[in-house]
Structure formats: C-alpha cells, structure tokens
Design a protein around this ligand. Structure first.
Ligand code: NI
Length: 131
C-alpha cells in the first residue's frame, strides 16, 4: 500500500450492499469492508476461516452443522471467526458495516451456497475507489 487509507472514508465511498471492497492486503489475505442489510445466503468456505468485525450496526450470523443451528449476535466492535467448512448465513435487519479478513481469491459466497439472488454480489472483492 503506497498511501494510507481511512476506514470511514472507504465505507463512505460506496453504497452497494453485500459487495465487499478490498481495503488492504496482508501477506496472502485481503482486508475487506462491506455494507450489509437483510439476509445473505447460506454458504460455506471449505478451506478457510472467515474473520468478521462489526464496525457499525449489528450483525447476526446463523451457523449450522448438520441439523444443529445456532445464532451469533455481534454488536459494534465485536469480532467472530466462522470456522472453515461451517455453513453460515449473515444477516442484519437494520444494516451494518463490517470488516473481514479473507484469503485473497476467496469467493464471498463460498465454495458451496444456495442460489444467489440478484441483490447479492458473488465476488472475490472489488478494488476501492481512490479515497
Ligand atoms: Ni462467508
């Protein structure tokens, strides 16, 4: 990274929901930020854990392992890691801004997922507009 990036300016630079922007690279990982509202799709990343930090708002992550389903509710400032291979579905009734660590090249909808509706962007992350 040649210049510093401001997290809040980065978030202010786009409005699209469920469409992560790459804020920085760390070794072979991306630091991605996204705005979310409503429900994502059930999906799993077979080979990588997924780190979430809630920057603003509230995020609920539903997790399931076979027939067992549980819910993790995250407030602003809270961190949670979805273990690799675990099916999960993030959602936010009122909207949230989140930060994720993802191995570079990780598809946002995972390796296994439900049908992806139009309002969800299946992506490995978009570059940030210069902010
Ligand atoms: Ni995921």
């Amino acid at each position: 990274m040649k210049q510093s990036v401001n997290l809040h300016s980065a978030l202010a630079s786009f409005d699209q929901l469920w469409s992560p922007r790459v804020l920085a690279h760390v070794n072979d990982y991306d630091v991605r930020v996204a705005k979310v509202r409503g429900e994502y799709v059930w999906h799993a990343h077979d080979d990588t854990d997924e780190f979430f930090l809630v920057i603003d708002g509230r995020l609920r992550i539903r997790l399931r392992d076979g027939a067992d389903e549980r819910v993790v509710d995250l407030e602003r400032g809270e961190v949670f890691v979805v273990p690799r291979g675990t099916e999960h579905r993030p959602e936010s009734a009122e909207g949230a801004s989140i930060l994720m660590f993802e191995r570079t090249g990780t598809l946002s909808v995972g390796d296994r997922h439900e049908d992806v509706p139009d309002h969800i962007d299946a992506t490995t992350g978009h570059p940030l507009d210069r902010v």
